[in-house]
Design a protein around this ligand. Structure first.
Ligand SMILES: *Cc1c(COP(=O)(O)O)cnc(C)c1O
Length: 370
């Protein structure tokens, strides 16, 4: 029988995720599978938690990877915190804010959203006005909006929430591992990310973290968390050192080896060096694109280094160029979404992808493709 795995081509992943996976992580994925309550595996779990806490800059005990992609992290945060009729404010300026609204609404929350133009950041002064009018149980936003390449002002919003009872919920699926995240200093109560963006691990896990305040809300719910699989009361018992390890669901053992190795790589290189590498390669890409006459879609002051939105020049066929890149040059980039479909390309420089040789290879390819 023809085994399709034998003819997978090596594609340079320069889209909005997944990103390129380093060889050390592939190797980790193929290590021998242990049992999910094996003492040696539990040692690895403990290490993963410490590394996640360090990269998130948090002391939160309830910090662990959820079994599922980034969206399962989103679902986990909302499903544990929301009870029907709870008030939620979502600050949205792209696909992932829209997804938050969908997830929160399905849980029976009363959801308000403030929409900002896609390609521009959340504006704190407008949020401030809204919060003067009404208080919310949860205020949620996306740190790094992958659909547009915008970095949102998490710190400014956290300051607005400092003296309120609102829980602050932040998506940093794309930011985490590529730019600084400070869960404790930024007053974040519920945080989630994903493995296949700047952590450069294949998709399949969603690191999350809950503050003590959020955990006390979860433990004192009137009704049980409606989703058994994502119930942090139960998952916490498996993951937390000071609680009795109990089987909840079989942990995705080999995926966790991959995450462990990916985190080790970040700390071996040095967290600051990793952030610097993302920034330097972003600047290199931007300068190269500008030499070719291409324009960045997002203004410099709130541009993300790991997700570069580029305006598609007039008269250029969006899909055709992406097809040439994929077929002739073995490079994947992302298309625009929603109102930005056909208007931008999304060029990812996430994790292991963010290296000078990849930027050079891409610039040569796009020049020829155009
Ligand atoms: C990719 C992404 C998600 C969703 O993650 P999946 O792994 O696709 O489920 C959520 N939020 C942001 C900002 C993302 O970039």
């Amino acid at each position: 029988m023809n085994n399709l795995l034998e003819s997978i081509e090596e594609i340079l992943l320069m889209g909005p995720g997944p990103s390129c996976v380093p060889p050390e992580v592939y190797k980790a994925l193929s290590c021998k599978t242990l049992g999910h309550l094996d003492p040696y595996f539990i040692k690895i779990m403990d290490e993963i938690q410490v590394l996640l806490q360090q990269l998130m800059n948090t002391q939160n005990k309830l910090t662990l990877p959820i079994s599922g992609t980034g969206s399962s992290g989103m679902e986990t945060c909302f499903v544990n915190l929301i009870e029907p009729q709870d008030t939620v404010l979502i600050l949205k300026n792209g696909v992932f804010g829209v997804r938050m609204e969908e997830v929160a609404s399905r849980l029976g929350a009363k959801v308000d959203a403030i929409e900002f133009e896609w390609g521009t950041p959340v504006r704190p002064e407008i949020v401030k006005e809204k919060l003067e009018d009404k208080s919310y149980k949860i205020v949620a936003m996306v740190h790094a909006e992958t659909s547009t390449g915008v970095r949102n002002p998490v710190i400014e919003i956290s300051k607005l929430l400092a003296d309120t009872d609102s829980l602050f919920l932040v998506d940093s699926v794309t930011g985490f591992g590529g730019i600084e995240v400070k869960v404790d200093d930024w007053g974040i109560d519920a945080f989630y990310s994903g493995t296949q963006k700047c952590l450069s691990c294949p998709p399949g896990l969603a690191p999350v973290s809950f503050s003590d305040r959020a955990f006390s809300v979860i433990s004192n719910r009137k009704k049980k968390v409606p989703n058994w699989y994502l119930d942090m009361n139960l998952i916490g018992q498996y993951w937390q050192k000071d609680r009795k390890r109990a089987y909840h669901h079989t942990a995705p053992i080999n995926m966790l080896y991959g995450l462990y190795q990916a985190l080790l790589l970040i700390f071996e290189e040095g967290v600051e060096n990793v952030f610097k590498r993302h920034l330097e390669n972003h600047i290199k890409l931007k300068e190269g694109l500008e030499r070719l006459g291409l324009k960045m879609y997002v203004e410099e002051s709130y541009r993300l280094p790991m997700l570069n939105a580029v305006t598609i020049p007039e008269g250029v066929e969006d899909a055709k160029v992406r097809q040439i890149l994929r077929n002739d040059f073995k490079i994947e980039i992302g298309a625009g979404l929603g109102p930005l479909a056909g208007k931008i390309w999304r060029i990812g420089l996430m994790g292991h992808t963010a290296r000078a040789e990849n930027v050079d290879r891409f610039l040569k390819a796009i020049e020829k493709a155009l």
